[in-house]
Design a protein around this ligand. Structure first.
Ligand code: NAI
Ligand SMILES: N[C@@H](CC=O)C(=O)O
Length: 346
């Protein structure tokens, strides 16, 4: 029976969700997936760090209070985040990187990924920064070191999108996509339609674990821009940089705008899109759009996301599912580990 040793970098909603899945489901995974996970290290800039090569108690980790330096309360733990030690010296086979997304330079997460990959350790991450801003470099580094770099959860959380489009739509010739790619902003627009204020809706999205550390990334479109770059580069080989994507958000949409749209049989949605042009280039954008209620994306509400791929051979293929959430996104990390396990068996 295979056991993968895993170290968690960042211990907020998503990696706590992964620890919870380990605590509740590890025994079942041995039978259903052919492997189990042993958590050998955790590092978080706020909570501190801990390493135990024999394995940490996942349930105890989940129960840890979200207090500064909390890892110092555990045997062998410290209030300081020795992230490089956790990555390089915990004996981990896999690093689950889930620190905050930095939309400007992808740091420090990109450095964490580099440390792991150059040490011959697989990386699974939900962090959009390293992929959107340094994806080619990190993929090449992984390849040189014969390890995997997987990031399914970076777009649409636990809803399979990247692997689905890359593998299941291979040969269908994807020409573009458009979709609702941010859970928080869609949640905010939905709650505003129901009468809640913008600020109260953002606060709820934060409480539910959907929002970024700085929620302006969600409502101003920067988060969707990263996801559009990731999808366009992955599926259309677009080689886009974030500066290539025109970007605006929903923070200027007022309660009155929403009420007017509703009276006219329309609704506002934040849409990320990319399309291959006749000359082979790819044009991409992020903007709030008024959609008629009959539009397929108009019915996507709350933190649900949806993306519609246009393909040459089978027309439009649309995928819908959770776009944010702690357990949902932790599942994406699990799906990356399943992909690593499957490739190791071949
Ligand atoms: N929550 C969600 O629904 C989704 C989140 N993501 C991405 O997953 C990542 C994690 O998300 P959450 O867990 O929700 O965020 P979070 O804010 O709950 O947790 C992030 C954790 O990283 C820690 N951290 C920040 N900087 C660090 C550093 N330099 N070294 C070590 N630890 C550091 C923070 O203290 C915090 O505990 C983010 O990049 C986010 O964009 C992706 C898809 C969905
Ligand atoms: N903050 C993001 C989380 C997933 O990437 C969102 O709301 O979609």
């Amino acid at each position: 029976m295979t056991e993968y040793k895993i170290a968690l970098v960042g211990f907020g909603g998503v990696n706590r969700g992964l620890a919870q899945l380990v605590a509740e489901r590890n025994a079942r995974w041995q039978a259903s997936l052919g492997f189990s996970l042993k958590i050998v290290g955790v590092s978080d800039i706020f909570l501190g760090s801990i390493v135990n090569r024999d394995g940490l108690d996942a349930a105890q980790l989940v129960a840890l209070p979200a207090e500064k330096g909390a890892f110092a309360k555990l045997h062998g733990g410290t209030a300081e985040a020795f992230t490089e030690t956790v990555i390089r010296q915990s004996g981990a086979d896999i690093i689950a990187e889930a620190t905050f997304t930095n939309p400007v330079d992808g740091e420090p997460a990109t450095t964490f990924c580099r440390w792991a990959l150059e040490s011959g350790i697989h990386v699974v991450t939900t962090n959009k920064g390293p992929i959107a801003l340094h994806g080619s470099e990190l993929k090449a580094l992984a390849q040189r070191n014969n390890v995997a770099f997987e990031y399914e959860g970076s777009v649409m959380s636990g809803t399979p999108v990247i692997r689905l489009a890359r593998q299941a739509l291979a040969g269908a010739e994807v020409q573009g996509f458009e979709g609702i790619l941010n859970g928080t902003s869609n949640y905010v627009l939905t709650r505003m339609q129901e009468g809640l204020s913008f600020a109260a809706a953002v606060a709820q999205a934060q409480q539910l674990g959907y929002a970024e550390a700085d929620p302006s990334a969600d409502v101003d479109g920067y988060d969707v821009r990263l996801k559009v770059v990731i999808l366009a580069n992955e599926l259309l080989n677009a080689k886009l940089q974030i500066s290539d994507v025109a970007c605006s958000g929903i923070s200027n949409i007022s309660a009155e705008d929403i009420a007017t749209a509703s009276r006219n049989g329309q609704c506002w949605k934040l849409i990320g899109a990319a399309q291959r042009q006749a000359d082979g280039s790819v044009q991409a954008s992020v903007a709030a759009r008024l959609l008629p209620l009959s539009h397929p994306l108009a019915g996507i509400s709350g933190a649900t996301n949806a993306v519609s791929f246009t393909t040459e051979l089978v027309g439009a293929v649309t995928v819908s599912g959770p776009g944010a959430g702690k357990i949902e996104t932790a599942f994406a990390l699990l799906s990356d580990i399943v992909a690593i396990h499957t490739s190791q068996q071949q």
